[in-house]
Design a protein around this ligand. Sequence first.
Ligand code: 13P
Length: 251
Amino acid sequence: MSKRRPLIAGNWKMYKTIPEAVEMSKKLVSLLKEPTDVEVMIAPSYVLLSAVAQEIEGSGIFLGAQDLFWEKEGAYTGAVSAEMIVSAGCKYVIIGHSERRQYFGETDHSVNLKIRAAINSGLAPILCIGETENQRESDETFSVLDKQIKKGLKDFSYDELEKLVLAYEPVWAIGTGKTATSQQAQEIHKFLRNILEKTFGNSLAKNTRILYGGSVKPENIAELMAMDDVDGALVGGASLKADVFSGIVYF
Ligand code: 13P
């Protein structure tokens, strides 16, 4: 079976100053020297991107941003465009993280605009979707995910989405220490791949990487990665320490 190239991505969220980020990057570069089939990406906050880009240059580690604003430029105080992110050295951008949805008013519509901006600039968008604990308990998981994916990717054609990465992050598993079991993750990932297939065709479904996120750590990564439809992880807390994150990369 041709599994897709795994991607282990670290979402640093709102952690680290510039000196801390530089120190962490130096450690990561030295710990991730062993060859691996896994693609590695780290997504520090905007203000850290340039400093981290310098440290990881030539290391094979990719850089990502945690969000973007969809306009090219203009009077949008506090916002950062796709072009700015590209110019800082990013290849990836995380879009629609549940924390953006929860605290910053992100909607499926704004997610859709952001994915368009990412793709127009050549960035690979990592579209995050996931159900809350309440939604899971009221059996809405599948309908919530179906809606998030279809609205987030509305009006795209399959050939525009070749760089797309999906991240399934059940909200109840983020930062809580509660991980979805590998069987739960596999069930959802398969469901998501079926939606991709029905909406965009077999080839996109087969090639799109679907990451799992939510309390991933060195102790549970191997079990998750053993699942057919789990192609990597989006890691929060455990991506903030170089030795722990490298333990996940070399699962
Ligand atoms: P944790 O790994 O801290 O649960 O966070 C997951 C996440 O939100 C990654 O984007």
